[in-house]
Design a protein around this ligand. Sequence first.
Ligand code: FEO
Ligand code: CA
Ligand code: CA
Ligand code: CA
Length: 663
Amino acid sequence: MTGNLTQKDIFPTSQLEEADGEGQNCTDNPTMGEIISRRFSRRGFLQGSLAVSAIAATVGPVALMSAEKARAAGGSAFIFKEIEAGVDADHHVAEGYDANVLLRWGDAVFADSPAFDPKNQTAEAQRRQFGYNNDYVGYIPLGGSSEHGLLVVNHEYTNPHLMFPGLVTVADGKIKQAPLSKEQVDIEMAAHGGTIVEIRKIDGKWQVVPDGKYNRRITTMTEMQLTGPAAGDERLKTVADASGKKVIGTLNNCAGGVTPWGTYIMAEENFHGYFSGKLPEGHKEAANYKRYGVPEGGYEWANFHDRFDLGKEPNEPNRFGWIVEVDAFDPQSVPKKRTALGRFKHEGAANIISKDGRVVFYLGDDERFDYVYKFVTAAAYNEADRAANLDLLDNGTLYVAKFADDGALQWLPLTFGQGPLTTENGFTSQADVLIETRRAGDLLGATKMDRPEDIEPNAVNGKVYVMLTNNTKRKAEQVNTANPRADNAFGHIIEISEDGGEFSATSGKWEVLLKCGDPSVAAVGASFSTDTTKNGWFGMPDNCSIDAAGRLWVATDGNSNKATGRTDGLWAVDTEGAARATSKLFYRVPVGAELCGPLFLPDDQTALVAVQHPGDGGDDWSGHGRPSYYEDLSTRWPDFKPDMPVRPAVVAITKAGGGKIAV
Ligand code: FEO
Ligand code: CA
Ligand code: CA
Ligand code: CA
């Protein structure tokens, strides 16, 4: 009925975050792939290619049996019975664990929230309810508890074809999405942003505390302040805001972080998709916006809100793409866009206190060929005085990463006046460097990466894990014959060791922990250990979590029946000893979804995961076999009621009867 059109061809919001273009980085800085190629060609290619052939030749029932034996011998840090990879309408967790839905799109966040009524949804109701497409999940303990705290969740984006009845029609065999009404656009804006809600574990089961005094919804209509070096700059001033310091709302909050002082960090990622219209002819921001892919126009908000129309508010896109900090303990507080951490398609903001007391934020710019960054605060964290930390993020140094051929890592400061970041190159202040962070990185010769997603420091082993989700646009001529992954469809994971074990260091070392994809297909060049079963491998690493024991858990985005014969999920990945690069499948999501979060609570007895965009796919799965939209969904997870649409949700995973997970 739809010819060869896929879900992503038909619905604009289904493909925004795929970064489907060539990337916006036109510099000739070397790609990560080229660097990995050179490393392998010099010292590891022969060994690597033999290992790959060996895997290809031995995967089969016998090899899988020996994998089970290896685990029984205690090689892996994870003890659980792996689930089977596959695709269906439901989610699945390892035997002996419970996976309970904690909060779904439309659920009450306040005691007086209206009941969810999807056929009669309003923006007013949505502002009081849990938003759409939950991504980052954080937890701020109350009284140090792992059973009572504040759950903070980002709502990255909306899928109108899954949210609104009657929007999608089929005529002459073609599926079409009608233009959105103003009320629908306003519902979308209210479904973006974040949620802060008190949660409590009672008799082993997590529950929302609807009258929690910190409960809050943050949306694209919430007033925010721009702070730090770029605040008040001419380039941030608009018709509506002559101060250049006041912004309405936040966009596309992907992953994030929680600080040691109890604030909630929201990373603004694909902000380009919300802008439409044309810059006035010869406008000075034209090159800047081109580097960020602005405007993309996947959303229809400019039809009703002038600030998303470049012709009317040409500076508005400069006010998005920042890191937002929210004081979770003051529901009246104005969230702050911390310009010191740079402007790009921010994936997340995981952070850790360095030995010297300064706080280090690891930041990825999720676009093909873009960069890895970190921010180091100027002042140290003050454990005794919370107030002293509340503006720590306004002063510090932003660095971009250069991964050298020999495994060395350099963090290059993005500081106005240093190196090429001068007036000769069009930077007149630190504000310019921050507003055009990407161009500053270009000039410094940063390494072009394969879409940096989550970057997580590990407090137990002192390393840092970088998820590089994929980059199918890297051409054959950009890699040499030593690297079989010219078209990096499945991504890889890099492990960083900062010099002296000091996260604030300006140099370190790196190596590839894992090249993802099916290890039984030699041409893929995946590097999972031979103990990894046919269920255990994955593609497209995205978010990750380090549990209290220092173990790595990886969530994925982009697996599907067509891509890998499996949905996305949560994989346990060994990083230490003989079991290094062994992966095991613990949880998987319903058809069409990606898995976000994930988060292990401090006692390792709860894993919180965010099932994002369930039902946004299934055209490649025999259980549905056509595009999925409100009236014809590939799944109605998690309610499975005929009058209830599919709903993104946060799920709490616990061990049946209690106890730590996977031990
Ligand atoms: Fe929103 Fe890069 O994922
Ligand atoms: Ca996402
Ligand atoms: Ca992500
Ligand atoms: Ca992703």
